[in-house]
Write a protein that binds this ligand. Structure first.
Ligand SMILES: Nc1ncnc2c1ncn2[C@@H]1O[C@H](COP(=O)(O)OP(=O)(O)OP(=O)(O)O)[C@@H](O)[C@H]1O
Ligand SMILES: [Mg+2]
Length: 259
């Protein structure tokens, strides 16, 4: 197996300007260089047991891809590798041209600045208001407060929660909390959105609401990977489906019509 090419940062940033949210005109079509590439990736937490086994796959800019498979198949493990929460045991992973298997202490914040993450259980900060929860993403990367406030407000409006901005998470419904989590993941206009069972705790109507917001992010040019058990949801959006089973990638279906 030959080593993958590693894009130089200058070339990478030139290719991606302007950011998806700033671009006007028709939605970009998926295509071009893959933003995510896995080469023979395996992950083992314990000797002889593989959570992922020899997975190779490429995901291009603007794609909305569902990651399916039974419980324990390796979906969360794959997502953790993509934002460097875990390291692969074998293989190489390129995210935005960086080899995340080797990314150092300083590289991790740079990577996470461009990769938004949403979890099934929201992971909001209970003691902070809605707008403070969303602002955290911008605070940690040093966006000036005035600029941050404007971005947070615009993002909350996009997810329909501007009127709830001074509430704390406990005062919100599950769907509203997940919209806050999505706003937090998207407020910095990430190149990639990783959503791990983002609708797992929501009813059918709220699921569609959240998925429509996620699909809208993809149509603005964000590359989106959604882990989901929900076969009806996957069918409804008719996009590319990657299926894991026992840590192996067992299916890669191209999908059909756009949502
Ligand atoms: N930190 C860990 N230490 C040891 N084993 C782990 C760890 N994290 C995950 N695993 C194991 O790796 C396998 C894949 O787990 P993973 O969480 O990726 O599955 P999943 O597809 O996300 O499942 P679910 O649909 O239930 O969320 C499982 O067998 C799990 O027990
Ligand atoms: Mg999981």
């Amino acid at each position: 197996m030959s080593a993958p090419p590693v894009a130089r940062p200058a070339a990478e940033s030139a290719k991606e300007a302007p950011s998806p949210a700033m671009r006007s005109g028709p939605a970009p079509r998926p295509g071009g260089d893959p933003l995510i590439r896995l080469f023979h990736v395996s992950k083992s937490y314990a000797a002889g047991q593989f959570s992922l086994r020899d997975v190779s796959v490429e995901i291009k800019k603007g794609e909305l891809v569902f990651l399916t498979g039974p419980s324990g198949a390796g979906k969360t493990t794959l997502m953790k590798l993509l934002f460097a929460a875990e390291r692969p045991s074998e293989g190489q992973i390129l995210v935005l041209g960086r080899n995340v298997a080797r990314v150092g202490e300083r590289g991790i914040p740079q990577l996470r600045r461009r990769v938004g993450v949403v979890f099934q259980d929201f992971k909001l900060i209970a003691s902070r208001t809605v707008e403070e929860n969303v602002a955290v993403t911008l605070e940690v990367i040093g966006v000036p407060p005035r600029e941050a406030r404007a971005k947070v407000f615009a993002m909350l409006r996009r997810v329909g929660l501007q009127h709830r901005r001074h509430h704390r998470p406990a005062a919100l419904s599950g769907g509203e909390q997940q919209r806050v989590a999505l706003a937090r993941a998207l407020v910095n206009e990430p190149a990639i959105l990783l959503a791990d069972e983002p609708t797992g705790n929501l009813d059918a109507a709220l699921t569609v609401e959240i998925m429509d917001l996620i699909a809208a992010a993809a149509s603005r040019g964000t590359t989106v990977l959604v882990a989901s058990h929900d076969a009806a949801l996957v069918r409804r959006y008719a996009r590319r489906v990657l299926k894991l089973d026992g840590g192996r990638l067992v299916e890669d279906l191209p999908g059909g019509a756009p949502a």
